[in-house]
Design a protein around this ligand. Structure first.
Ligand code: GTP
Ligand code: MN
Ligand code: MN
Length: 408
């Protein structure tokens, strides 16, 4: 006879930004299932459903122990009927039939392969699929014209679908920082995104650049990009200029989540010497493959070809002659004025769900509006300044959560 009191019950606050979520996910089997359904919903332009699955997965990620029975889920926030059904299926049968059939579906497979091309979003992929294009060969044979980003994406498809290691991120960091400091002495660069949260691999590398004197950062991005380009480091780049001050909706009340910093989406060319030798990188990549959690997070766009790709690369590398001695890596650069630095740092560290939850908390619980530029308090009709992430959490009435615990 099982006694109620023996069932381990969890107490979890409703917003992900109230919780500490490390990379030690005790419920990876369940969260992988929910994440796949979230991804499928997002790829099908069903954002609401996607968020619901992401929230459910995030709740499970924050639990200190593996869930073994449905009774343990009683009272947990964020678990809708659909998510509960999926969890039940996995707990009782070892797998979710919905997840398995999604994985097998031609549409999902095609969406994964096509959106695995840098520059291809779900809308483009959907249009192509309706034209009968399901894979890269069919895309190549078709009359579809690709834009510059998509051409670069297709050209570097295998590399860009291969996880970036922390060692590679650090190597790129040194190169970019040298370029930044050479065009603007005193400028500072910080690693943001998943690597700041302690992840060992990523789909790209993200950097935030600023200067301690307000205004000195203006015009910095084109100079950094020119410098890196002249050094032969950029295979592709698209720079968008800062439109924050020109925007009509006003700071702190952006009409969308899109931010308005000067930013650069690029594809970086990292050579073997710069990444500290192929051997080291290979060893690290191998050990990543064994870590279920980190591997899973980066499979977006890798799809079913992941295994084949890895083999292909290994084969290519073992060839003595004609071996490619560099790899392509996606790099995102953002420039922020120092007055907005804390907001930019918080907004670009992620995870995406953590950010979404911070904004939801600010709006629903505090009548405030948080963006990567500012925090606006509607009750006081004023902006709340901050020079550190800690201050922003404090303005929001939240306990400070360090980057390594924002892996919701
Ligand atoms: P991987 O790159 O997959 O390892 O994970 P990541 O968490 O680094 O994801 P990504 O590089 O896509 O984004 C990093 C952070 O920047 C996330 O918190 C995103 O929410 C944020 N981000 C990405 N694009 C934008 C954008 O256009 N505007 C704003 N404000 N934030 C963005
Ligand atoms: Mn990233
Ligand atoms: Mn990024």
């Amino acid at each position: 006879q099982t006694c109620e009191a023996e069932v381990l019950l969890f107490s979890v606050p409703s917003y992900a930004c109230q919780r500490r979520t490390t990379l030690q996910n005790q419920n990876a089997v369940l969260t992988d299932a929910l994440s796949l359904l979230a991804e499928n919903a997002e790829l099908s332009d069903e954002e609401g459903r996607g968020v619901a699955f992401r929230r459910a997965a995030a709740v499970l990620k924050s639990l200190p122990e593996p869930v073994t029975s449905m009774t343990q889920l009683r009272g947990l926030p964020g678990l809708g009927d659909h998510s509960l059904r999926v969890i039940k299926d996995v707990l009782e049968n070892g797998a979710s039939s919905e997840v398995e059939s999604t994985k097998r579906s031609e549409r999902y497979k095609a969406l994964k392969v096509l959106t695995g091309i840098f520059g291809v979003g779900s809308k483009t992929a959907d249009r192509w699929i309706r034209d009968g294009i399901h894979d890269l060969r069919q895309l190549g044979d078709s009359a579809h014209t690709l834009n510059r980003a998509q051409q670069a994406g297709l050209e570097h498809y295998d590399d860009l679908n291969q996880p970036v290691t922390k060692a590679e991120a650090d190597a790129i960091g040194e190169i970019v920082e040298a370029a930044v400091v050479s065009v603007l002495p005193g400028a500072r660069m910080t690693l943001i995104g998943g690597f700041r949260r302690g992840k060992q691999t990523g789909h790209d590398v993200d950097f935030l650049i600023t200067h301690p004197e307000e205004g000195r950062e203006v015009g910095l991005m084109p100079k950094v990009v020119s410098r890196l380009e002249a050094q032969g480091f950029l295979l592709y780049q698209k720079t968008t200029r800062n439109s924050y001050l020109e925007s009509k909706d006003g700071p702190g009340r952006p009409s969308s989540n899109m931010d308005r910093f000067e930013r650069c989406f690029s594809i970086f060319k990292l050579t073997e010497e710069e990444r500290g030798g192929m051997k080291r990188a290979d060893t690290e990549r191998e050990s990543d493959a064994h870590s279920h959690t980190s591997h899973q997070i980066h499979t977006r766009g890798r799809g079913l070809e992941a295994a084949d790709e890895d083999e292909g690369v290994a084969e290519e590398r073992s060839k003595p002659a004609g071996r490619k001695r560099w790899r392509a890596v996606r790099v995102d650069l953002v420039v922020s004025p120092i007055s907005q630095f804390a907001f930019a740092l918080l907004g670009w560290t992620g995870s995406k769900l953590f950010e979404r939850e911070l904004r939801r908390w600010a709006g629903h619980e505090k009548s405030m509006s948080l963006s990567s530029h500012a925090l606006y308090d509607s009750k006081q009709s004023r902006y709340l300044r901050a020079t550190s992430e800690e201050e922003i959490f404090s303005h929001l009435g939240l306990e400070f959560i360090p980057p390594s615990e924002r892996n919701a």
